[in-house]
Design a protein around this ligand. Structure first.
Ligand code: NAD
Length: 295
């Protein structure tokens, strides 16, 4: 298939490379020269503009930073495609409202689209094991499936346009709250004289068990692969968690949902970004909780 790929960053670059490995013809564009060079080295045909990338494409995949950028890129590329019924797949994490506006733009121009944000991070993007949460028509999802199967391992169809984004922000709100709760439990345990390994052994086999504890454990030791063992490098950046918690609160306000703990988590990660910057894994928030810096 001839695929245009726009946004060749940490996530998009490896996703495009996996499509090349599966023998698709990928024409790519990114604003940043380093991203373009890395994609070219992986076999992507890199061009100078987004419009040029999509001109002859049968499918267009975007992996961009936010909803405003996705909408401005769609304004440029939707009129620039030359084939009939092109399939647009937006994998960026963006607000539900922008995702629905993007879908309207594509439908009005006579094409098809899905929103397909991902879970699995850079590791999943490189390994082709992402999970896609998808919003759009059944027909569009079926057309996209072979491409999603190259880049990921699991697809969940969550409903109409925008529902993929809705699932993504609800999941990440849950994860942000979970990580703070797990961190507070470890810190309280430490202050009560409890060995972190002993607490882990209890909680990971008890009712407190969750991903933030048993896979991304915020203290070094109990879980070999967790970012806490390497000074919180790699993993899911706390700045991206803050972004997703912000999207969740914007959506909650618009929908009239009472998400007090999601809001508290958003505020805690905003404060943490001021203290620690946006780069370390989001489990590093335990360091600020331990030092009492979030109050
Ligand atoms: P990134 O900053 O590494 O990549 C984004 C790329 O988009 C950059 O290379 C940037 O130059 C490019 N870009 C920006 N504006 C552009 C434009 N107008 N035209 C073409 N290219 C443009 O970010 P990332 O980590 O790859 O994240 C991409 C998306 O995936 C975000 O929406 C993020 O929330 C989501 N996401 C990231 C992760 C993760 O772990 N990194 C996990 C899940 C979802």
């Amino acid at each position: 298939m001839k695929i245009a790929f726009l946004g060749l960053g940490n996530m998009g670059g490896p996703m495009a490379a996996n499509l090349v490995k599966a023998d698709h013809e990928v024409i790519g564009f990114d604003l940043v020269p380093e991203a373009r060079e890395a994609a070219a080295a992986a076999g992507v045909s890199v061009v100078e503009t987004a419009a040029e990338a999509v001109a002859d494409a049968e499918a267009v995949i975007t992996m961009l930073p936010n909803g405003q950028i996705v909408l401005s890129v769609y304004e440029e590329i939707v009129p620039a495609v030359q084939r009939e019924d092109v399939l647009f797949i937006d994998c960026s994490t963006i607000d539900v409202d922008s995702a629905r506006k993007a879908a309207d733009m594509v439908r009005e121009a006579g094409h098809s689209s899905i929103d397909a944000p991902v879970s699995g991070g850079v590791v999943g993007s490189e390994a082709g094991t992402l999970t896609f949460m998808v919003g759009g028509s059944e027909a569009a999802v079926q057309r996209a499936q072979p491409l999603l199967d190259v880049m990921g391992r699991k697809t969940v169809h969550c409903g109409d346009a925008g529902n993929g984004q809705a699932a993504k922000i609800c999941n990440n709100m849950l994860l942000g709250v979970q990580m703070i709760a797990v961190s507070e439990a470890f810190v309280l345990g430490e202050k009560l004289g409890l060995d972190p390994q002993a607490f882990f052994d209890v909680a990971s086999t008890s009712t407190g068990r969750c991903w933030a504890l048993d896979t991304n454990c915020p203290v070094p030791g109990p879980v070999e692969g967790s970012p806490a063992n390497r000074d919180f490098s790699g993993g899911f950046a706390s700045g991206l968690m803050l972004k997703d918690l912000g999207l969740a609160q914007d959506a909650a306000e618009l929908a009239g949902a009472d998400t007090a703990f999601g809001r508290a988590a958003r505020d805690a990660y905003a404060r943490f970004a001021e203290i620690d910057g946006p780069k370390r894994d989001f489990s590093a928030i335990i360091t600020a909780i331990r030092d009492g810096q979030l109050n």
